[in-house]
Design a protein around this ligand. Sequence first.
Ligand code: NDP
Ligand code: MG
Length: 401
Amino acid sequence: MVTPITPTSRQRIALLGAAGSIGASTLKVLRQHRDAFELVAIAGHSNWQAMLPIIAEFAPKVCAMADAAAAHSLRQALGNSAPAVAVESGTDAVTTCAVLHDVDTVVAGISGFAGLASTWAAVSAGKRVLLANKEALVAAGNLLLNEAARTGAVLLPIDSEHNGVYQCAGGLVCEPSRIRAITLTASGGPFRTRPLSSFDAITPAEACKHPTWSMGRKISVDSATLMNKGLEVIEAALLFGRSGADIHVVIHPTSTVHALVEFVDGSVLAHLGPADMQVPIAHALGLPSRLTLDVPRLSLQQMGRLEFFEVEADRYPALALAYEALGAGQGACLVMNAANEVAVAAFLAEQIRFTDIVPLVDHSLQAFARFEPRTLDDVFALDAEARRFASAAMRERMVSA
Ligand code: NDP
Ligand code: MG
């Protein structure tokens, strides 16, 4: 049961990754409910230009830029125009935003493992955490969940599928005596019908052109390989306490149904909604109530039919890899995520081909699979080691190619 935020009447928000896609969707929700929310802190990496209009519109008290040069440029650009905002710099400053005393709710919208430190800090400080940053959970796993249990932090999934499961199941508790299985849908990305023979020629621009969602570049590539769904299977296993065998994936090209929960009596509840991240964000921000939202409504007549297909294993080998990692343990999930981040960054930088991503991740996974991190320090150490391994393996391949 999520209780209303107290003691102030306005819920006080720290938005991490404010200039990104999740950041933009969150701001759209806040804009529609100025009387209910106060944006206290924003954080990002280097895109200081995007912070200017956010500061002008929402007047946060703190803006943290991980990149020191970006913070410097932002201070100069602001001059005396926004004296009330403290521009802080460095990764510690980003983390500090997550633990500020006058913040109730942290929107964890930083992409990749880079979001772990601030997500962990928010959880350690017992905040209400709206979790978009799935890589943090995939990497830290039960360590993060145990920390939330210790501090009383409330984790609310805003990844659309997990938010859908949360709504159908009535929370995070999905015990087998009540719930038989969880199904996550995947649009299939931009290459669902593209001939496999042309996958070698896929460009970053093509991979980032998602058919139904508008998202950052890393998650867009992950959606094209289906690694995003693989990360989401692990995210669901952790959040809802189920094994991989109870979590299914189907291709559903229009992204109208986000998730389905099958109960032991045969009932199946599905979550439907517009493919707009404002919807899950508003749900989590509004709990235990509902916020009104100005998004196009679903029309069953226009929809006509809902289509579901099996996942083609040879088109999307990343999904089987993620199930394998989930079965192998937390260390394997972490390594898979780290190697994937290295591979996707290299693909976006046009250093490797689209079809090199999954083999590189697989190669890294096989090299590390049995190590289990026991502390947060272990998590950071193993992540760094896996990245070094993946980068070296990639360089070797590039030389021998
Ligand atoms: P974007 O690339 O659009 O935005 C990422 C944000 O993170 C940017 O604001 C970026 O800052 C910031 N950032 C990156 N690295 C750092 C760092 N080291 N320190 C501080 N800030 C950093 O990504 P998305 O919004 O698409 O995705 C964010 C997260 O949400 C991901 O984990 C993704 O999987 C998840 N998610 C996203 C969905 C979507 O629809 N976009 C849907 C479901 C989940 P800057 O702009 O300054 O570089
Ligand atoms: Mg999702």
